[in-house]
Design a binder for this molecule. Structure first.
Ligand code: ATP
Length: 369
């Protein structure tokens, strides 16, 4: 199937207006009564789609809401509002059958294989246990299935006897991936799966993800702070800022011509794969306090292109001719009633270098939502 056909079909996983607000409480008076004080909006109105066999990368600085989003999708937390749809069915309201389908079809790979594997359990036992818990493989077929899983992640079957401590960091992450594959999922949620690895090993594990995707037709939701990783692996990218998606769309378009000043800053500072540098130091200024975010565009205090409207009006999301969806007042359609670029949109200074670069041409047909 062509990429376009796949992208046009029903998403395997979709979020609709997904939000998670944490009410923060404070203790008052002698009785230590706990009263609701403020609300932290960790995820706000997020719309994403992961299509079968494709990789959606989610990127953002620390505290942007990436892991909360992952937990909502895995139903480890209940959203404040919005939906998570699996094959078009709401998994939040889907009851026991919805949970069963989710556990069968969506599995997780976490950043730290050191903590997610039992040091006293052999690799074979860890995989055998996953097969037993999920009930997918009869007992007598489990050794063969364990050998098959090991083979899929590039290990000889004799390594079933090894314990996590006898493996390298990359080896342990391969075991985590094999364990996630045990149930035969269609989607892996991978939360910073290569961040804890030596830079030399990162590329090998990314190769493994890519090989498994082509062999098994897996889809990935790949959460990372590292744009260089996504440039390598993602078909589509969503950039999170203070819990909101501020730019999303095809990876090729986003890396060729990013639209949002925040994405541009991240990209300008992004290292090549194999160099260590995190997005936490990539953009000038600090992430604002999420309990008291700035009014208007949440990026405006750090944005060198910010104007008065950015400080007072939250930009709508508008779609550019190359298929990127961007929430920024520099683009027509992002401000209610506007149909032309705002003054100053002709040249957007790089938030890092100050050098001007031209945004894409702005036809009057851009859509907004
Ligand atoms: N249980 C919770 N209660 C209150 N606030 C929370 C809770 N979980 C997360 N947060 C807050 O929500 C925001 C988003 O956190 P989250 O961990 O999702 O970000 P992240 O992008 O994954 O960061 P990192 O890359 O550091 O893991 C942060 O401000 C965090 O402090």
């Amino acid at each position: 199937m062509s990429t376009a056909a796949v992208a046009a079909g029903t998403p395997l996983l979709q979020t609709v207006g997904l939000s998670k607000h944490y009410p923060l409480t404070r203790s008052t008076g002698a009785w230590l009564r706990r009263e609701p004080a403020e609300v932290l909006k960790a995820v706000e109105g997020v719309e994403l789609a992961v299509h079968p066999g494709r990789t959606l990368g989610v990127v953002g600085e620390t505290g942007s809401g990436k892991s909360t989003l992952g937990r909502l999708i895995l139903r480890l937390e209940r959203p404040t509002s919005g939906q998570v749809l699996l094959d078009g069915h709401d998994i939040v309201e889907g009851g026991r059958e919805g949970t069963r389908k989710l556990r069968r079809e969506v599995q997780v790979v976490l950043q730290d294989p050191y903590t997610s594997l039992n040091p006293h359990q052999s690799v074979g036992d860890a995989l055998g246990e996953a097969l037993k818990v999920t009930g997918t493989t009869p007992r007598e077929q489990r050794p063969a299935r364990v050998a098959e899983l090991l083979d899929q992640v590039g290990f000889p079957s004799a390594w079933a006897d090894r314990r996590p401590g006898q493996l390298s960091g990359g080896g342990r992450q391969r075991v985590s991936i094999a364990r996630a594959l045990a149930v035969g999922p269609r989607l892996l949620v991978a939360d910073e799966p290569v961040s804890a690895l030596d830079v030399s090993v990162q590329a090998q594990v990314l190769n493994l993800f890519q090989r498994l995707q082509s062999e098994l037709g897996l889809a990935y939701l790949f959460i990372t702070h590292d744009l260089a990783v996504l440039e390598r692996i993602a078909d589509d990218v969503a950039v999170l800022y203070l819990g909101r998606v501020i730019e999303s769309g095809p990876a090729a378009a986003l890396f060729a011509d990013p639209k949002h000043p925040y994405t541009r800053a991240l990209l300008a500072a992004a290292p090549k794969l194999g160099q260590r540098r995190s997005t936490s130091s990539a953009v000038r200024g600090e992430l604002p306090n999420p309990i008291a975010p700035p009014s208007g565009c949440p990026f405006n205090p750090r944005c060198p292109a910010a104007t008065d409207v950015c400080r007072s009006v939250v930009p709508l999301t508008t779609t550019t001719p190359d298929g990127l969806r961007v929430a920024c007042h520099l683009y027509p359609g992002s401000t209610p009633g506007s149909d032309a670029p705002l003054d100053g949109a002709a040249a957007v200074p790089s938030p890092l270098t100050g050098a001007a670069s031209s945004p894409s041409p702005a036809p009057s047909t851009w859509r907004h939502s």
